[in-house]
Design a protein around this ligand. Structure first.
Ligand code: WT7
Length: 661
């Protein structure tokens, strides 16, 4: 079966019309697309009215100095006031903002009134530590309510935060502290992970011995695990000692809409991490709108849960800022999906009656691997919308998710966006879009995206190329912290500025390969650096992976192109087999034939290596660079951002038994 007929099969046999009840009551209707198309800026100006402004903006977009955008520039607002205080003022103080579930099973719920008190106290504490508007604060915490409180407290006093994922090493933390020149670090003694306390504070202590971190005056430490913690007198201060004694009153100051809200580092495949800068008014407008539209949020009745970590942009936009700006009730979970058992997530869904669930394809595939009987043990009937983010979701995992978690009833929204875009850009809308497994489908109202070829020409339906965003959007990154040139070079130089019908057009290059199907729907094909060149054909690693996992014996697959004297690159696949499947004699041959049948002989992997685990970053992205090192028999590159560095030793130990033809 060719590529195209695979896509056709998915289109014809697996299209899902939105459930009638959802369609009837959806937050957004199909007209929104038309309205936004007719007046894009008017549309965003209207969405900005979801926020409470201290000074209403009179100007929507200033694009006079592209690619440096200003949105709602003369507006003034306080982000924390919008996420917390205004809900209390509107009589919603008793509504639960956060149901916290710790990994060991401890739980606590914070209402909006509680959150207001906590954020006010933390803001007062930061002020007492000398933090002023504009100062950067690094946050290195587990998934506990204090992480959310700390971010909101920074936002409240106009101090941009830089959240560093709690799983990162002292090195990674030090680089980020240096680059942002942070003045304060907020951390904890540790957090619970996989059934035991795991220390965080030692990494901060180590990072602060590095040159370039001298400007950190204070380290504010939350007590979470109670473990033994080294103390640096005069610098370290316990959260419960400093924050708890502060006043619960704090008057929020209004900042300009372009005041920096946060810096978040994206690892990038090479070079030093990029500090992506987001600002306030446009960012909050888009994350609030998209959270309302894409998840069809009904704040008075929904219980929303996003399983991401606050260390990633998903946590910033869809745990902290979007949901709280909308007055949502949400779950915050500290641990891993399989601690203490593989049904932990579903147990939490059942406990809180979660209605909207947002997770990543890698997690969905892990649950698939653990077996259908696990979610079947829990009552998941409260769920009404399921979301996916982080990488292309293979149609099999999409269908499994809808069927086994969503009881074949809920829409699945496949949301494409990036740290740089700040908010969701391409996604179906529940109740509006007929969904297709594996496709993010359509740009949201107010968003302009398309697929272009090497010469920046828009490709016709049915063809592939590069994903570009053709108009600025409110939550776009404003620059790379301290490096305007790199911002220009990385995102805007590849396809612009070029002439278009309306003058000079700037196109944002997302770095992702994409294609448009015959209906004009967009399918994401992964990072362009993940496209292989085999005997003159461009083959996407994602498509081969998707074909492999459509085989009943394969749970997960990672594909790389290894340099090959005959074919430029040869396809090399690493597969994790399903629980019951074993590495039998003919299996590799069977899988190769399966891919050839699904995608054509050109896509048949030259090598297939069954492995126990795949190397992943802590955000769940497969580190293909390391697999390429293995496939090309090279020494391994940097493994410091891996979740578990022993995985690579395991994979390499398998090499001699690799099947090859
Ligand atoms: C890259 C951005 C967005 C929050 C988490 C990741 C890939 C993300 C999808 C999707 C296909 C996706 C892209 C993108 N990606 N969502 N729904 N379908 N690919 O943020 O770490 O900045 O990564 O993740 O390759 O460019 P990030």
């Amino acid at each position: 079966m060719s590529n195209e007929s695979l896509a056709n099969l998915l289109r014809e046999e697996r299209r899902f019309a939105p459930p009638a009840d959802l369609a009837a009551a959806a937050n957004v209707t199909a007209e929104a697309y038309e309205q936004a198309k007719a007046d894009r800026l008017g549309f965003w100006a209207e969405q900005a009215r979801r926020l409470t402004w201290a000074a209403e903006p009179t100007e929507t977009l200033d694009w006079s100095n592209p690619p440096f955008a200003k949105w709602f520039a003369d507006g003034k607002l306080n982000v924390a006031y919008n996420c917390v205080d205004r809900h209390v003022e509107n009589g919603l103080g008793d509504r639960v903002a956060i149901h916290f579930e710790g990994e060991p099973g401890d739980s606590r719920s914070l209402t909006y009134a509680d959150l207001q008190r906590e954020v006010a106290k933390a803001a007062n504490a930061l002020t007492e530590l000398g933090v002023q508007a504009g100062d950067r604060v690094a946050i290195y915490l587990p998934m506990i309510p204090e992480a959310v409180v700390a971010m909101l407290a920074c936002a409240r006093i106009g101090a941009p935060h830089s959240v560093v994922f709690g799983g990162f090493s002292a090195d990674a933390l030090a680089t980020r502290i240096q680059d942002a020149d942070a003045r304060v670090v907020i951390t904890s003694d540790g957090g619970y992970r996989r059934g035991k306390p795991s220390a965080l504070k030692p990494a901060v202590d180590e990072a602060l011995t590095r040159p370039g971190t001298e400007n950190v005056r204070s380290v504010l430490v939350v007590r979470r695990t109670g473990q033994e913690t080294a103390w640096h007198e005069g610098r370290d201060v316990w959260w419960h000692e400093l924050v708890d004694r502060q006043s619960e009153q704090h008057t929020p100051e209004a900042f300009g809409a372009e005041h920096p809200l946060f810096i978040l580092y994206t690892s990038g495949t090479t070079g030093k991490p990029k500090g992506i800068l987001h600002t306030t008014g446009g960012y909050l407008t888009q994350v609030a709108y998209t959270h309302h539209a894409v998840f069809d949020l009904k704040p008075e009745s929904d219980v929303y849960w996003c399983t991401a970590d606050v260390g990633w942009v998903t946590g910033h936009s869809y745990i902290v800022y979007g949901p709280l700006a909308n007055g949502a009730t949400e779950v915050l979970y500290e641990g891993t999906p399989d601690t203490p058992h593989q049904g932990r997530w579903w147990e939490i869904v059942q406990k809180y009656g979660v209605t909207i669930f947002y997770t990543a394809p890698t997690a969905i595939r892990a649950c698939m691997k653990w077996g259908d009987d696990i979610p079947a043990k829990f009552d998941l009937s409260s769920l009404r919308v399921l979301g996916s983010v982080g990488e292309p979701i293979n149609p099999e995992a999409w269908v499994w998710y809808r069927r086994n978690i969503g009881a074949d009833r809920t829409p699945v929204v496949d949301t494409w966006w990036q740290t740089e875009t700040g908010g969701i850009m391409i996604s179906p809308l529940p109740g509006v879009t007929e969904t297709k497994p594996g496709s993010a489908q359509v740009p949201l109202p107010g968003i302009a995206a398309t697929v272009v070829d090497d010469e920046a020409r828009e490709v016709p339906d049915g063809a592939g190329g590069y994903l570009v965003l053709t108009e600025p959007w409110p939550s776009m990154l404003r620059t790379i912290w301290g490096d305007d040139q790199r911002y220009l070079d990385t995102y805007w130089a590849r396809f612009g500025p070029g002439q278009s019908a309306t003058g000079v057009a700037w196109r944002y290059f997302a770095g992702d390969g994409a294609k448009k199907d015959d209906d004009g729907d967009i399918w994401l094909l992964g990072r362009v650096d993940d496209v292989m060149l085999v005997s003159g054909h461009n083959i996407s690693t994602t498509e081969v992976e998707s074909a492999l996992v459509s085989h009943p014996k394969v749970a997960e697959a990672a594909v790389v192109g290894a340099t090959d004297p005959q074919t430029t690159q040869a396809i090399c696949a690493f597969v994790i087999l399903r629980g019951s499947a074993s590495e039998s004699e003919g299996l590799v041959e069977e899988l190769r034939a399966h891919v050839a049948k699904a995608l054509g002989p050109i896509a048949k992997p030259k090598r297939i290596l069954p492995v126990a685990e795949l190397p992943k970053t802590r955000s769940g992205k497969i580190m293909r660079r390391l697999l390429r090192d293995v496939a090309e028999n090279r020494a391994l590159g940097d493994v410091t951002t891996l979740t578990d560095s022993s995985v690579m030793e395991l994979i390499q130990s398998k090499l001699p038994t690799a099947s090859e033809d």
